[in-house]
Design a binder for this molecule. Structure first.
Ligand SMILES: [Mg+2]
Length: 276
C-alpha cells in the first residue's frame, strides 16, 4: 500500500487535571515534609527536610519506603532497632503517618492565589476540571473542603489510594477522564508541580504543564518567596524550571494563575494537528 491514513484530533482541550498540594493548595507544598520528619523522629531516626522532600509526589507508602532506604536513614534505623527495616516496618510507618498528616493538613490547605480565577476562565471555555494527588482520600478531602470554601471545586478528583499504582503511572488522571467521560488524551492537560506529575500526564498521552514558583521544587511559602532576593529567586526558579522541562513538561509556568494563555497556545497547536 502506498498511503497510510492517520487520524488527527483537531478539537480543543476539554479537561484540565490539576494536582493538589503545591499546585492548587498549599503554596510551596510544605505539609508533607514536616509530617515525614516528625514520623521518623518518633522512631529515633533524624531525617532532614531535604531527605523528607526527596521522593514527593509518590504514594505516601512508596515515599516512606524510599526514605527508609536512604543509606543514612537505613543505618540510623538499624542502629536504633537492632535490625534492618522490613516491609512490615514500612507498612506500620505508613499507618502511623496517616493520622499525623491529617493533623498537619488543615493548616496548610490554603488555596493558591489565582486558582479560583483560572478555574473560572477554564469553565467559561466549557472545560471540565479534575484533580489527582499522592494523598489518600481522607487527606484529599481536607484539601477539597478548603478549596471549595475558597471557590475552587473540580468536577472529579482521584487519590493515589484508589488506583492500582500512583504516579508516575497515569491511572489517576486516566480515572478522572473516565469518570467525566472525556477523551481522547490529546484533549486533556495535566498540571502539577513535580517530576512525577509531569510523568503522570505524559504516560497518559496528555499535554503537561509544570508550575514552579508555588510548588515543591522551590518549596517555600508565599511569604518566604516574596522575601527572597530577586536574583536568588530567579536562580532557583530557573533550576527548577529546567528540571521540570527536562522531565518532559510541554510548558513551565510560575503558577496556575498563568495557565489561560497556555490553554490558548495548546488549542492553537491542536488545531494545526500537533499532538502531545
Ligand atoms: Mg503537588
Amino acid at each position: 500500500m502506498d498511503f497510510l491514513f492517520q487520524r488527527s484530533y483537531r478539537g480543543e482541550l476539554k479537561l484540565a487535571v490539576f494536582d493538589w498540594a503545591g499546585t492548587t493548595v498549599d503554596y510551596g507544598c510544605l505539609a508533607p515534609a514536616g509530617a515525614f520528619v516528625e514520623l521518623f523522629k518518633r522512631h529515633g531516626v533524624e531525617a532532614t527536610v531535604a531527605q523528607a522532600r526527596g521522593p514527593m509526589g509518590m504514594h505516601k507508602r512508596d515515599h516512606i519506603r524510599t526514605m527508609i532506604q536512604l543509606p543514612d536513614l537505613a543505618e540510623q534505623w538499624k542502629a536504633k532497632h537492632g535490625a534492618a527495616h522490613t516491609e512490615d516496618d514500612v507498612e506500620a510507618l505508613f499507618q502511623e503517618f496517616i493520622p499525623l498528616q491529617l493533623d498537619a493538613l488543615p493548616a496548610f490547605a490554603k488555596i493558591i492565589p489565582g486558582v479560583v480565577e483560572t478555574a473560572k476562565d477554564l469553565r467559561a471555555r466549557g472545560m471540565k476540571l479534575g484533580g489527582t494527588t499522592g494523598y489518600n482520600r481522607e487527606m484529599m478531602e481536607i484539601c477539597m473542603a478548603a478549596a471549595k470554601k475558597a471557590g475552587y471545586e473540580p468536577d472529579a478528583s482521584v487519590p493515589g489510594s484508589e488506583v492500582p499504582a500512583g504516579r508516575p503511572a497515569p491511572w489517576m488522571a486516566v480515572k478522572v477522564a473516565m469518570e467525566l467521560g472525556i477523551y481522547p488524551p490529546q484533549a486533556i492537560v495535566k498540571i502539577g508541580d513535580t517530576v512525577t506529575d509531569v510523568q503522570e500526564g505524559l504516560n497518559g498521552g496528555m499535554w503537561t504543564v509544570a508550575v514552579v514558583k508555588t510548588g515543591y521544587e522551590i518549596g517555600l511559602s508565599e511569604a518566604e518567596v516574596n522575601a527572597l532576593p530577586a536574583d536568588e529567586l530567579a536562580r532557583r526558579m530557573a533550576a527548577a524550571g529546567e528540571k521540570l522541562a527536562q522531565a518532559g513538561a510541554h510548558y513551565v509556568i510560575d503558577g496556575v494563575a498563568d495557565l489561560p494563555p497556555v490553554i490558548d497556545a495548546i488549542n492553537t497547536r491542536l488545531k494545526a494537528g500537533d499532538r502531545p
